[in-house]
Design a protein around this ligand. Structure first.
Ligand code: ZN
Length: 232
């Protein structure tokens, strides 16, 4: 334990050099921001997405430190409340109760390894933890199996990815802190599908019951259910 590994010529070299460049070049340009952030944060959204290295939230939304609270896992899964007191549930609770974050985005993506694992279960046979985790996406798998059996493999993967986003939004609403804020109308939830090859985002519009292109507009469609009480 704890012996020093050589850095030269390893994949870590690029990482350590990048960190050094941040400290000497990057940090000084945002010194005031980091100084302000040193004692508090007030993020605009909780962003729940896959661990995939190709999804870079601050890059695709052009956000700065302090703006996006991030929760990542294989397949952008949200276990339903009560089943496990795991990291995702705790992160959601902290985000909405302690930080009072007013928006939650569940973001899936194209070419997702986790979604392929659901579509082709044999690929997870040597990864029991992954297989167990992905059972939270069973509703999405069932929809594809029962309604889209005749589609091409490519189409199935895209439909599964979108259905999984919707399944996880449903799971999200089972969390008491989320349910209470949705009922009160102080929280908005969004389902996004990010395309790695184009940078496009499709956003779920609950009123139209379909994914639509996300564009800057007066009205931003969302997956938020209608509140049952006025904010007052
Ligand atoms: Zn993924």
């Amino acid at each position: 334990l704890g012996h020093a590994a050589p850095v030269q010529g390893t994949p870590m070299r690029r990482i350590v050099e990048g960190l050094h460049r941040f400290q000497t070049d990057g940090f000084p340009t945002k010194r005031d921001l980091f100084h302000k952030l040193a004692e508090s944060q007030n993020p605009r959204a909780l962003f729940i997405t896959c661990g995939d290295s190709r999804i870079v939230p601050d890059l695709i939304m052009q956000t700065s430190p302090g703006e996006i609270f991030i929760c990542r896992n294989a397949g952008n899964i949200v276990p339903p409340f009560g089943e496990v007191a795991g990291g995702v549930s705790a992160t959601i609770e902290y985000a909405v109760v302690a930080l009072e974050i007013p928006n939650i985005i569940v973001c899936g993506h194209s070419d997702c390894g986790a979604m392929k694992g659901i579509l082709y279960p044999h690929t997870t046979s040597t990864m029991p933890m992954v297989a167990h985790w992905l059972r939270h996406a069973e509703p999405a798998r069932y929809v594809v199996e029962e309604l889209h059996r005749e589609k091409s493999e490519e189409e199935k993967l895209e439909i599964l990815t979108r259905e999984n986003i919707l399944a996880q939004l449903t799971n999200l609403t089972t969390h008491p802190a989320v349910a209470a804020r949705l009922a009160r109308g102080t929280l908005r939830i969004y389902g996004w599908h990010y395309d790695i090859s184009t940078g496009d985002v499709m956003n779920f519009d609950a009123e139209r019951n379909e994914f639509v292109h996300l564009e800057p507009a007066e009205r931003l469609p969302s997956a938020t259910p209608r509140p049952r009480h006025d904010v007052g």
